[in-house]
Design a protein around this ligand. Structure first.
Ligand SMILES: [Zn+2]
Length: 478
């Protein structure tokens, strides 16, 4: 199916889009003002529940039936279902999370929870991760419900005009801490909230301008993770007589050996990304991408550094290798006591095709037999990589909708280096895509806004993204 001139959004009048965009911006601001911080602070422990209940009341105002669950006190998730006529197959899931990471205000130029609207931007924690997408998905649901009401139907019970499959709308708590009190609980206890023919989730579909070309990476894969606690055994002693087996010294060697980038491995999704980006970019920039797969990490690094801004280079570097980041170090009790114990915790992110056993073996190999013998390696947490097909009707509709609304835009599949709630929908067999369409200013440092200071989203980006999302939903469900 081609969206093209038949795009469903073209059949909605300008006034309706204007009103829907205004309401969308106000919803983003209202959600930002609810500090749904994870981990929940003691003085605002029920932010996610307040956000879930607020969204439930908006769904009910649209004529829908909303359900809120609270598996852990204060941790709320919310769900509603819009019905199709049942002839089109399994549902489409609109997935999002309600929680945000903390935002220490000292380096922000705006109060992170005031949702200031300045110079065309809404500022606040959650603006991009991911209350803008919560509100965009809600806006699509509201439009569909309004269309049912306009046809004299009851959106809570009747099929929405033109929908052949159901649309599930689910916002979860606890994504930022793994989803035990959110998507994982929902997957285990209310799988009907998450099971479908496909899901649209956070991150992908956002424009990225490289060498003057506007790329729209659609997230079809996510790396997995394996965090390890490495206990380093040395010998306690008197600081006046230094020892080689000082556990702090050994821990330093552990960090030094683990922190260097390993060899690259280009997975099929990233090979496709590189191929399409190479074809789209000017020749010089395109050629540099070939260096990404160079077996020599030094040459690959140089190619990445030359190809793009350090913000994208960090992401690209992580997407073509298993990575290890030593993030916690503990050793020592007093300046004149040689520590006999140290702990190093490392965050490993694995490509599709790398198992937990493989990752552990890589860590041990890097340490070498002598140092490894002084270490006990314990797994803290593991999550497998996830992949959805970079083909098929839903993927094609995302590509077509972007091209339709931005003829110069270049959609392409990509993996992301981090994990989302997709790891939970994956357990139910729901192919999950990062697709929260936003067309950004070329200079907007989007990746640095995630969990960063002065997180913000442009009103124009929301205005562009809403019909793009609407067309994918209508196209897939129609
Ligand atoms: Zn997020």
């Amino acid at each position: 199916m081609t969206v093209g001139a038949e795009a469903p959004s073209r059949r909605v009048d300008e006034a309706t889009w204007g009103a829907a965009t205004d309401e969308l911006v106000e919803t983003v601001r209202e959600l930002i003002r609810i500090p749904s911080i994870n981990p929940p602070p003691r003085d605002a422990a029920d932010g996610e529940l307040i956000a879930a209940r607020r969204i439930a009341s908006m769904l009910e105002a649209a004529g829908l039936i909303a359900e809120v669950v609270e598996p852990v006190p204060g941790r709320g998730s919310v769900h509603a279902r819009l019905r199709g006529d049942g002839s089109g197959g399994a549902p489409l899931l609109l997935l999002s999370h309600l929680d945000v990471v903390p935002a220490p205000a000292d380096r922000w130029s705006h109060d992170p929870f005031a949702a200031d609207l300045t110079d065309g931007y809404v500022y606040g924690r959650g603006a991009v991760d991911m209350k803008a997408m919560v509100a965009m998905e809600l806006a699509v649901v509201r439009l569909l419900a309004a269309e049912a009401r306009a046809a004299g139907l009851d959106p809570a019970r009747d099929a929405i005009p033109g929908l052949r499959r159901d649309v599930l709308f689910t916002c979860t708590a606890d994504e930022e801490a793994g989803g035990m009190a959110g998507a994982r609980w929902v997957a285990e206890n209310r799988p009907d909230w998450l099971r479908g023919a496909g899901a649209l989730n956070e991150c992908g579909g956002v424009s990225t301008t490289i060498a003057g070309r506007r790329l729209y990476p659609i997230q079809v894969a996510e790396k997995g993770f394996a965090a390890y606690r490495i206990a380093v055994r040395g010998t306690w002693g008197h600081g006046s007589m230094p020892r080689d087996d000082n556990a702090a010294v050994l821990a330093a060697a552990v960090i030094e050996r683990l922190a260097v980038p390993g060899p690259s491995r280009v997975t099929p999704v990233m090979a496709r990304f590189i191929e399409l980006a190479r074809a789209a970019l000017p020749a010089d920039a395109g050629r540099l991408l070939d260096g990404l797969s160079d077996e020599d990490p030094g040459r690959a690094e140089a190619a990445i550094a030359a190809a793009c801004d350090p913000m994208y280079a960090r992401a690209l570097r992580a997407l073509v290798r298993d990575t290890i980041s030593p993030d916690v170090v503990h050793a020592g009790v007093k300046y004149n006591v040689i520590p006999g114990d140290a702990v190093v915790e490392v965050d490993c992110r694995v490509l599709p095709g790398t198992t937990e056993d493989d990752m552990r073996a890589q860590v041990i190999e890097r340490l070498g037999p002598e140092l490894a013998a002084a270490c006990d390696i314990e797994l803290i947490v593991y999550g497998a990589p996830v992949e959805a097909p970079a083909e098929g009707r839903l993927f094609d509709l995302m590509v077509e909708s972007i091209r339709d609304h931005d003829p110069d835009g270049i959609p392409l599949p990509v993996m992301v280096p981090f994990a989302t709630d997709a790891k939970h929908t994956d357990t139910l067999g729901t192919p999950t895509y990062g697709f929260s369409p936003l067309r950004l200013d070329p200079d907007e440092r989007f990746l640095e806004r995630f969990h960063g200071v002065d997180e913000r989203v442009a009103v124009d980006a929301l205005r562009w993204g809403l019909p793009v999302l609407y067309d994918v939903v209508r196209g897939f469900c129609g």
